[in-house]
Write a protein that binds this ligand. Sequence first.
Ligand code: NDP
Length: 291
Amino acid sequence: MSKIIDGKAVAEKVLAECLEDIQELKSAGVTPGLAVVLVGEDPASKVYVGSKVRKCAELGLHSRKIELPVDASQEDVLAVVNELNDDPLIHGILVQSPPPPQIDEDAIVRAIDPAKDVDGFHPVNVAKLALEDASGFVPCTPAGCMRLLKEAGVETSGAEAVVIGRSMIVGKPMALLLMSKQGNATVTVAHSRTKELAEVCRRADIIVAAIGMPEFVTADMVKEGAAVIDVGINRVDDSSAKRGYRLVGDVAYDEVAAKCSAITPVPGGVGPMTIAMLISNTIKAARQSMA
Ligand code: NDP
């Protein structure tokens, strides 16, 4: 029987640590501040932005929510980013993805001051991750996955890890973290062109699935006793559900859980960690701004 890794409980633990840090910073005269920029009306993005701002309020962080209309221009968004770069009360800036199609997201990310890039997407922070320079910001979702592995007592050192997915948001930074001196795993990164994926996955002591395809990883792809981190969040139609859909991960949970040693559920696994790590990065940015 596998151990279910409770992401909600671990996120609460991270946030309790954050609360202590926030109080310490406040008594030193600094309230960490996060600005979240939302361009357009994407319903999922609105929910994400709302929960980030709410979490800041709960923890006593300063936050700003800046909403721009769906037809905002690149210059409009850049002007907001530049203003936030110069705002001493703001330590972290996040532009919610995905923006409307007229916005060049890469250029927006590059315009954010790397010292305030709490998403960890700016090229300076990507390089710092590769260089294992601890002053950089690690993208929140893979940072959360590493913490989950640690809290679940999964030994990464010397382990064979397979990361499925090579996005800049999840797969690549996850692979870098696992192979770093912090993770010490032997890492394979799989993607849509990988041959014999099931065979590759069966070698793994640790599988991280970040694909975006419902229940893609099946029991036949998983070695007995492996640890499985499911990053995927997919909506599948379900007429019996109140909203007409339910959320599933990239892993066929029931059959894989029966075989592996530890697994994250969806929802309640990686998801709650992402906000917790964002708050943690904002605190780090505030602390580094004092140096
Ligand atoms: P992307 O679409 O950017 O990347 C998906 C990756 O999966 C790509 O590298 C792609 O390969 C690979 N892939 C696609 N099909 C296959 C296949 N048949 N076999 C092997 N690999 C395949 O997605 P993200 O990384 O942004 O997100 C992945 C999932 O994680 C999504 O479900 C997303 O919703 C979720 N997510 C969850 C978060 C959370 O907080 N829990 C945060 C961020 C994402 P290729 O590069 O060759 O196209």
